[in-house]
Each structure stands twice: as structure tokens, then as C-alpha cells.
Design a protein around this ligand. Structure first.
Ligand code: GLN
Length: 198
């Protein structure tokens, strides 16, 4: 059975562990480099990307995370986690850095104040048996994606189609929070990527 870590410096760690365990893997909270070294996959949870960025550096995790991503560790980023995986960031805090790995430009808090939080049913390529309930909370969207990025779902916002689920090789990201719905199919999609990589 693979072990999937959840980065546990800030954010909704418990919900991701529950969803991953329902999808059939062992989970562990990752706060130290030696914990990161022992996982077969990693989830970067939702939360506040500026805080997660700061704390990963304080905990000495930034360089180990970047190395493992570069080496092909399967990683799934949800919301703030999507921001962390993006190579390029718009509307970030001036001091904010991302880990990178995904050839995307992400716009932070993209949906704006009036639609801070919203939910919709969304068909996701690679997820069978109907739409998933997508819960967006101060969510980013993908503003631009490189040629190797697969767009698995988009929504219409501000007059354009905005990618909200993307995959590039071993990296998966969603703008929304599947871990809060009790539907574990997006986590199951990620667990498949972890099993294939193992
Ligand atoms: N707006 C948050 C950020 O910029 C992300 C929100 C979330 O993860 N739900 O990090």
C-alpha cells in the first residue's frame, strides 16, 4: 500500500487524509524533511498560500519539496496547493514564492470578492460516474497553461473559460476543495497516479 503525505504546516490536512484513506492509501502528516523523504505521493492542501509558503521555508521543507517534485514525486495541490505548484503567479503577495513544477500561470483569489465562495457541479475528465461537486473558496484559476498541461475541467467566469483542474505528468491541481464533499473520486484519480508511479 502506498503512503501519501499531506503537507501539514497549515490548511485542511485532516479532510485530505480522510479522503485519501477512503481512496485506499496510508497517509502521514508531513512537517519535516525526513517525513517527506518517506512518502510515495504528497497532497498540498488548501489554506493560505502565503502562510504555507512562509512555513515551508521556516521548516526547511522548501528545497526538499522542490527536489522531490523535480524527481517525479506525484503531487496533488488543492486551491492554495494549486498556487504552490504553479510556475508563475499573478496577484500574489510581493514576497510570495511558489514551489513550481506545473507549467501554468495561476491567478490568486481570481473570482473576486463578490463570488469569494461558490459551488457548482463539474464534469472532470478522468473522473467517471457524473459531475463532482466543486467547492470554491477564495479560489485561484489557471490563466495560462503550457503545451504539456492537460486541462481536465474548466468553468466559465468573467466571459472566458477558466481551467480549474489541470494535470501535467505526475502533478495534479484543482482550484476547488473536493476534500470537503465526502466524494473521494478526485483523490482516487490522484491515488491512481501514485500507484502508477510506484
Ligand atoms: N486564497 C487562498 C490563497 O491565496 C487560497 C484559498 C484556499 O485554499 N481555499 O492561498
Amino acid at each position: 500500500t502506498p503512503t501519501v503525505g499531506v503537507l501539514a504546516v497549515q490548511g485542511d490536512v485532516r479532510e485530505h487524509r480522510t479522503a485519501l484513506e477512503a481512496a485506499g492509501v496510508r497517509t502521514v502528516a508531513v512537517r519535516r524533511p525526513d517525513e517527506l523523504a518517506a512518502v510515495d505521493g504528497l497532497v498540498l492542501p488548501g489554506g493560505e498560500s502565503t502562510t504555507i509558503d512562509k512555513l515551508t521555508r521556516v521548516f526547511g521543507l522548501r528545497d526538499p519539496l522542490r527536489s522531490r517534485i523535480a524527481e517525479g514525486l506525484p503531487v496533488y495541490g488543492s486551491c492554495a496547493g494549486m498556487i504552490l505548484l504553479a510556475d508563475r503567479l499573478l496577484d500574489g503577495h510581493p514576497q510570495q514564492q511558489t514551489l513550481g513544477g506545473l507549467d501554468i500561470t495561476v491567478r490568486r483569489n481570481a473570482f473576486g470578492r463578490q463570488v469569494d465562495s461558490h459551488e457548482t457541479d463539474l464534469e472532470v475528465a478522468g473522473v467517471a460516474d457524473g459531475p463532482v461537486r466543486a467547492v470554491f473558496i477564495r479560489a485561484p484559476w489557471v490563466e495560462q497553461a503550457g503545451p504539456d498541461v492537460e486541462v481536465l475541467a474548466s468553468i466559465e467566469a468573467k466571459g472566458e473559460s477558466r481551467p480549474v483542474v489541470v494535470r501535467q505528468g505526475h502533478l495534479l491541481a484543482t482550484s476547488f476543495h473536493p476534500e470537503v464533499t465526502g466524494d473521494h473520486r478526485v483523490h482516487a484519480l490522484f491515488v491512481e497516479m501514485v500507484r502508477r508511479a510506484a
